[in-house]
Design a protein around this ligand. Structure first.
Ligand code: NAP
Length: 239
């Protein structure tokens, strides 16, 4: 059996799967990152216009199976995927990557949102933000006793009290060690993405005894089948 697949991407795993799909499958990206041009499957870029738009696309294209391999913090598209599959009467399968787990000696503190994060940061001087672009909207709010480093996909010029580093994972352990040493960071801020590609920073925080502030994971909808690893999902796929 082979089904016409729509793969929602934006993660390393999604790209790995897209590389295995044939020309009847469609790989969909939001358009924030790189768009590969060396795939056998079709590639489309940009939003669908909510759950209804996605359901319409599924019907028009004769999609038989929707695969949600988006990032664990991309809650909107995952909610849209579950709803659209229902509306269109097809199955949605999702890769739900497990979060990282703290080791015994780790000092990990979970925060709910930006306000919670700012409050939790109050006692620190040199935070290293590795949770995307959100801190860039708050550069004018940096307290006088803090110097921020923001690592996100696209760098930009430094501003008073902040350095903005553009970098894309995977990150190597030794490079992360060197970064923490150069910055003299006293706290790490991250999403709990569970990705191996960005895990070395947690090892460095552990080695240095630094606290880690983790933005709480959003809740994601239940779908027909959920997988914790790409291998399990691939094994079940009707390719
Ligand atoms: P989001 O808030 O869940 O989605 C915002 C909107 O972007 C969606 O409603 C949808 O627009 C569009 N969209 C998202 N993923 C899409 C896809 N694969 N194909 C077509 N349209 C898509 O997502 P986000 O947090 O902004 O993340 C955007 C993309 O970056 C996601 O694909 C995600 O996998 C990837 N990403 C996110 C993070 C993160 O931390 N959030 C990290 C790494 C990668 P319409 O409603 O118009 O369809």
């Amino acid at each position: 059996m082979s089904a016409r697949i729509l793969l929602l991407g934006g993660t390393t795993e999604a790209l790995r799967l897209a590389r295995r799909l044939g020309p009847t499958a469609i790989y969909s990206l939001a358009g924030l990152g790189r768009v590969p041009d060396d795939l056998s499957c079709q590639v489309r870029v940009g939003g669908f216009g909510g759950a209804e738009g996605l359901a319409g696309f599924i019907r028009e294209q004769g999609i038989e199976l929707l695969l949600d391999l988006t990032h664990p913090y991309a809650a909107q598209i995952s909610a849209n995927a579950a709803r659209a599959a229902q509306l269109a009467g097809i199955a949605c399968w999702a890769l739900r990557r497990p979060g990282w787990q703290a080791a015994a000696a780790d000092d990990w503190r979970e925060v709910d949102d930006w306000a919670g994060l700012v409050a939790a940061l109050n006692g620190f001087r040199r935070p290293l933000f590795t949770l995307g672009r959100e801190p860039l909207e708050h550069l004018h709010e940096i307290p006088p006793h803090q110097h921020w480093t923001v690592r996100c996909l696209q760098g930009q010029e430094a501003v008073p009290h902040a350095e903005i580093i553009g970098a894309r994972g995977p990150f190597e352990l030794n490079e992360e060690r060197a970064l923490f040493a150069r910055l003299r960071s006293d706290v790490l801020i991250s999403k709990n993405s569970g990705s191996q590609a960005t895990e070395p920073k947690l090892q460095v925080a552990r080695e240095l005894g630094l606290p880690v502030l983790l933005l709480r994971r959003p809740s994601l909808p239940a779908v027909e089948r959920e997988f914790v690893s790409l291998d399990d999902l691939c094994e079940a796929l009707p390719l």
